[in-house]
Design a protein around this ligand. Structure first.
Ligand SMILES: Nc1nc2c([nH]c(=O)n2[C@H]2C[C@H](O)[C@@H](COP(=O)(O)OP(=O)(O)OP(=O)(O)O)O2)c(=O)[nH]1
Length: 157
């Protein structure tokens, strides 16, 4: 390797993310990131990192019990995306969830909001923007990333 080659190999952090869709009105569950995590207070879809030996579905089931106190009945693998944050290079495994049981409890002191598109909470994690676009397209809605991008840029300043 030459001295000018600054190529750095970063390993991916695998993350399971749930797009919970409420049957009655198609609303999406969005939660805020708890204090102590990178981007605390930002909004995201619920989920978290895979632990050693876990499948995406197992990780999502565990995270949703730990964070929200609910048990999911189905987990439909949907998309895989990547995002390079300064704190981690993440690979996001997106699953749609339409059935669950239990009452929502914010076990990590976070907030939750059932949202229609476009979301009204802000700022939203940048790694979730592609999914907001796909969900908008599925619903025949236009997607304008500008508002999300501006809010994210303002929040990292
Ligand atoms: N849960 C979730 N994570 C997301 C989304 N979009 C996005 O870029 N991410 C990124 C942010 C984080 O870098 C990573 C998730 O890691 P995390 O720190 O929240 O995971 P965790 O709950 O297992 O946390 P920890 O207690 O192990 O630190 O994925 C999203 O919509 N939901």
């Amino acid at each position: 390797m030459s001295q000018t080659d600054t190529t750095e190999t970063r390993s991916h952090t695998e993350v399971a993310v749930g797009v919970l869709i409420r049957e009655s009105d198609n609303a999406l569950l969005i939660t805020s990131r708890p204090l102590g995590k990178p981007r605390a207070g930002w909004w995201e879809f619920p989920g978290g990192k895979l632990e050693a030996g876990e499948t995406v579905e197992e990780a999502l089931r565990r995270e949703l019990v730990e964070e929200l106190g609910i048990r999911i009945d189905n987990c439909i693998a949907w998309k895989v995306t990547e995002h390079d944050y300064s704190h981690a290079l993440v690979r996001l495994h997106w699953c749609k969830v339409t059935q669950w049981s239990g009452d929502f409890e914010m076990r990590e002191g976070q907030q939750m909001s059932w949202q229609q598109l476009p979301l009204t909470v802000s700022p939203v994690l940048e790694g979730s923007f592609p999914v907001l676009q796909w969900l908008s397209e599925e619903r025949g809605l236009s997607f304008d990333p500008a508002t999300y991008i501006q809010a994210a840029e303002a929040a990292v300043k």
